[in-house]
Design a protein around this ligand. Structure first.
Ligand SMILES: Cc1cc2nc3c(=O)[nH]c(=O)nc-3n(C[C@H](O)[C@H](O)[C@H](O)COP(=O)(O)O)c2cc1C
Ligand code: SF4
Ligand code: SF4
Length: 255
């Protein structure tokens, strides 16, 4: 059966988007690309039927799905709709993110027929998995797309990606705050593009209850005016970076 391919992703810092779009290049036709990063694009659930196929890419936060996205996914509905799940993580681990994604969407009418985990530059710093996905990662994303074509002609069957149940505890946020330096030129990019609409129109005041430390505002600021200056965070990040840079992890496919 020729299915309508819907490709959806959330990508605050852009790495998940790069991987999933490369995967899409290997498929003959993607009918719809849905960028779930802007908050206004997550007002409606995705309701799909048995003639659709969903390819969904999300980042890993604390070994899980970002909790606000997990909540949003609970509004999705499928009707024996095949699901290809893709997670992107920052060279530590993807832990239970793929099983969580499978569980949420299979309970809602999807069949998780394939999955993959890729590595992207860590949201917290440019010094972990720097500039990934790189050429080698993107070649593998394309290869995964080619493998998917073979899976898609078969009857949909559910796979079991790695991960444990009960899932590990999710992200516990400390009160780390994104600070804005004098360098800010008030271009408005950060407040306009915050996926949680956590930044006020003055580009500085921040709602800590909404901010998920996705780092989009830090990485996208044209003058480098945004940063987390908190000493505890900086000291944690120093050790964390040294630890995570010891080994280069590689993408994995589950088909
Ligand atoms: C709050 C938070 C928690 C994260 N937790 C993990 C983690 O548990 N394991 C990991 O390897 N990377 C983790 N990361 C890094 C992201 O998964 C990684 O950088 C990913 O490429 C971000 O995707 P994006 O660029 O599409 O936003 C975390 C990032 C954030 C912001
Ligand atoms: S993106 Fe940077 S320069 Fe632009 S308003 Fe935000 S902090 Fe200021
Ligand atoms: S304010 Fe927080 S949620 Fe918004 S872009 Fe910055 S880090 Fe992400």
């Amino acid at each position: 059966m020729k299915r309508k391919i819907k490709l959806a992703f959330f990508s605050a810092a852009g790495t998940t988007k790069k991987v999933i779009l490369e995967l899409a290049r290997a498929l003959d036709l993607v009918d719809e690309i849905i960028d779930l990063t802007p908050k206004d694009n997550r007002n409606q659930p995705l309701i799909l039927d048995d003639k659709d196929l969903l390819i969904l890419g999300l980042p890993v936060y604390a070994g899980r799905l970002p909790s606000f996205l997990a909540d949003y996914l609970k509004s999705f509905r499928g009707d024996r709709t095949p699901l290809v799940s893709l997670v992107v993580y920052g060279n530590r681990a993807f832990d239970d993110a793929l099983v969580e994604l499978k569980d949420i969407l299979e309970e809602r009418g999807f069949i998780n027929i394939a999955a993959a985990a890729f590595i992207g530059e860590h949201s917290y710093t440019r010094d972990i998995a720097t500039s990934r996905p790189d050429k080698s990662d993107l070649d593998l994303a394309y290869e995964f797309g080619l493998k998917l074509k073979e899976v898609l002609i078969k009857e949909p069957t559910s796979i079991n990606p790695p991960g444990t149940r009960p899932y590990r505890p999710g992200m516990v946020y400390k009160d780390y705050k994104i600070e804005t330096s004098q360098a800010c030129i008030d271009c408005g990019l950060c407040s306009r593009d915050c996926p949680r609409q956590a930044l006020a129109a003055n580009n500085r005041d921040i709602d800590l209850g909404l901010c998920v430390l996705c780092s989009r505002c830090i990485k996208a600021c044209p003058v480098g005016a945004k940063a987390i200056l908190d000493e505890d965070f900086q000291s944690f990040l120093k050790d964390f970076t040294a630890k995570l840079n010891k080994t280069r992890l590689e993408p994995e496919f589950f088909l």
